[in-house]
Design a protein around this ligand. Structure first.
Ligand code: AMP
Length: 282
């Protein structure tokens, strides 16, 4: 396995690879969610490239860029174990020029970014799309692997690939949960014991909505009220229902509904997201 921190060497190594390339873009602090993406990439491709880059342009000014967990040695050990060929972990200066106002960015349509996570995080998805596009160009990946955990991101990246004719297949991977059903996340490291207990109520609400939907409840108001009760003590940013194919909001849920939640836990002020298809077994 090669650990590469600069673009010149990456390009040379990519040229030397034979067969298909599966790319797994990450911000590091790798966990079981990332591992599942890497495993799928290894099943479907001759070579797996994992990028580890805490992308500054997708963080807002008051967000956790500085404290975001960085543990490259540990990440590389995980990648090595999974048979990854290249870990690309560039410095910021390798990816962006000094002047952050002088970058060409990919900006998805306003309607899609001005809702859900994008509403609370202006510019976030421009940053995501721009770095992902760079990684597609640099790695020449035939497939790229993204988690359903970041459902809006997955939707937006798929749209970008379609709209801009990128020659890459986007493969979506299911949400990996911990033993207690908390969706695994690099940010779970921030949680105190008390926070983690409260955070469990996010997935609990999702599973409860799924159960209510099975019992015939379709009114989003009823589902929201039940969820807010379960999530008491959390600072809920949104509970929203969208059509999984369009991301248009829904007032009444159906077999295409994806329900998404973002909430902060009080002690560490950690922002967590999770989502669920209401009709699918999980
Ligand atoms: P991140 O390092 O948080 O930017 O995540 C990198 C990739 O891993 C993204 O495509 C995420 O959606 C995916 N991912 C993160 N957490 C999970 C999870 N619990 N289950 C599945 N995929 C995940």
């Amino acid at each position: 396995m090669k650990i590469i921190d600069n673009i010149k060497e990456l390009k040379e190594e990519i040229k030397n690879l034979k067969g298909s390339i599966g790319l797994v873009p990450t911000m590091g602090a790798l966990h079981e969610g990332h591992r599942s993406l890497i495993k799928k990439a290894a099943q479907q491709n001759d070579n797996v490239v994992v990028s580890v880059f805490v992308n500054p342009i997708q963080f807002g000014v008051n967000e956790d860029l500085d404290k975001y967990p960085r543990q490259l040695d540990k990440d590389c050990a995980l990648c090595q174990k999974e048979g990854v060929k290249i870990v690309f972990a560039p410095k910021i200066s390798e990816m962006y020029s000094e002047n952050k106002d002088n970058l060409t960015l990919i900006c998805p349509p306003y309607d899609i970014v001005n809702k859900l996570c994008g509403k609370a995080r202006p510019g976030h998805f421009d940053g995501v799309c721009s770095v992902v596009a760079k990684l597609f160009n640099l790695t020449k990946a035939s497939r790229a692997y993204f988690g359903q955990k970041d459902a809006q991101q997955l939707f937006i990246v798929k749209k970008m690939v379609l709209d801009l004719n990128f020659d890459v297949e986007i493969v979506s991977c299911p949400i990996i949960r911990d033993f207690d059903n908390l969706a695994v996340s690099s940010r779970n490291q921030y949680l105190t014991e008390k926070d983690r207990k409260l955070a469990l109520n996010i997935s609990k609400s999702l599973f409860n909505m799924k159960k209510l939907f099975k019992e015939g409840i379709k009114d989003t108001r009823i589902l929201i009220d039940a969820s807010l009760k379960i999530m008491e003590g959390l600072d809920v940013e949104y509970i929203e229902f969208v059509d999984k194919n369009t991301f248009d909001f829904q007032k009444e849920v159906n077999n295409n509904t994806l329900v998404l939640i973002a909430a902060r836990v009080p002690e560490s002020s950690t922002r967590l997201i999770d989502n669920m298809f209401l009709w699918e077994a999980e």
